[in-house]
Design a protein around this ligand. Sequence first.
Ligand SMILES: [Zn+2]
Length: 558
Amino acid sequence: MSYQALARKYRPETFDRVVGQTHVTTTLRAALRKDKLSHAYLFAGPRGCGKTTVARLLAKAINCLENREGDPCGTCDTCQAIAAGNYLDVLEIDAASNTGVDNIRELRDMAQYSPSEGSNRVFIIDEVHMLSKGAFNALLKILEEPPARVYFCFATTEPNKIPRTILSRCQRFDFRLMSRDELGERLNEIASAEDTVLEPAALRLLVSMAEGSVRDGLSLLDQVIAGCDGSIAEQDVVDAFGLVRSEVYLELNEAIVARDAARALRLVEELAASGQSLDEFSRGVVTGFRNLLLLKIDPELAPMVDLPPDLVERLRQHADHFSEQDLLALIDLAGTHFERIHRSTQPRILLEASLVEYCRFESRVLLSDLARRLEALGGAPTGAAGGGGSVRPAPAKPATPPRASGGSSAKPASRAAATVGDTDDPWTRLIDDLMRRCPRVASCLMLGRPQVDLDAGRLTVEFGPDKKFQVKTIEADCPTIAEAATAVWGRPLKVVLGLGDTGQTESRREEIRQEVAPTHGEELQQARAEDPALDSLVDLMGGEPLPESERENWKSGD
Ligand SMILES: [Zn+2]
């Protein structure tokens, strides 16, 4: 006896046996019981989810001699003839290969003849969206005045390509992909009917590959069953389809965390040597980062990660080494790489380059996150936790003391002990204020020598002849400077920037520098010096202060 494909052998004989489409089958059975059938049905949905199976069941139920409560009996002569494709009044047409108007005219002619006595004619048109415009018009003519005892069942994966005029004459059912559980149950059931034990890990793989399509699931099962004797393990599935073992992706994660590009490259070598698809691997890398992101967002999302519990546990530990921002960026990168690798004639080289890029990936850790993590570890540096300014962006309000007042600072005592609020010098106060809000302006401005004419309401800042560029840089910021100056001197001041013979002296500049708020880089240096834990953490993560512009983005996205 010739081998019969599982999908065929286990094709449902009753509506009850159709998995995952009860919303369709209950309605159809009710219509059959009450004899309220529509002349045209449209079954829309992804491939392999049972549209033609249900169409055939409907054709049988309409014609079955022993119709039981809307279900075909499956055993009467009619049912058997339909199942074998020998029943003259049930016609299956594949629109993909019969797109023309002639085919439909032929069909129309056939529809005009009465079906044989006691029978109903059912036309099943698969992939109906492939019909030509002319064919649709011919079809429409029939649907406008359907002959008695003639029914149409259209199946399509692309209902949006069907003319509205046709759609409006059909009763439409949307088929859905099967859930993992439904598909797993069905595959298990069929495996045991075939006297085969399907190990859970193997089943998980098959279900994952079938992507919700029962037909695909069964044809995959067909292939593994053919080469096994009584039991199917994960390795059988991996071997049968040249899959990449899940562990490989975890090894890649470890290489990325360790920034060990050589290790990642050796993975490629191993995959290539064992003849595995690099294309599939690069697709799997995207999924791998996606899995990490899910676990990062919420460990409770583990059921959505398609891996056995022990691997999920390992993955959870990996997730600790990435920030959400990292993973979003990595998914983006890996997606782009996959596209390129997929289309390339040199997939291996591109894959290797992509892995090196992941291993060299600059971690986008928010300094505020670092501080938070430290706090969680119980080792918050006084500078970081207290002043808020050490590793977070400087506070906008100068009223907040920017630094901790402890004496443990590695900086000169004058920097740590006194806030600028204590200084009598208004120019220093002005620079300090600006340093917190716009360090770019402050660091340029402090190169100039100030002259205040309170009577004239004017602050003139004179720069040396070599500082043209700096003056140009902050020209547009004069209103900001004026506003800050007005606050410092307590009366309205205009700001005039000018080039003169000399600017601020080096020593005076250094004096001011010592007094004013530190830059972000300096803040970080200071916090690291004060706290060895933060120091090693920053080393470990390779963290650096973000440029001011990016910092704003992070803050607003926080
Ligand atoms: Zn029957």
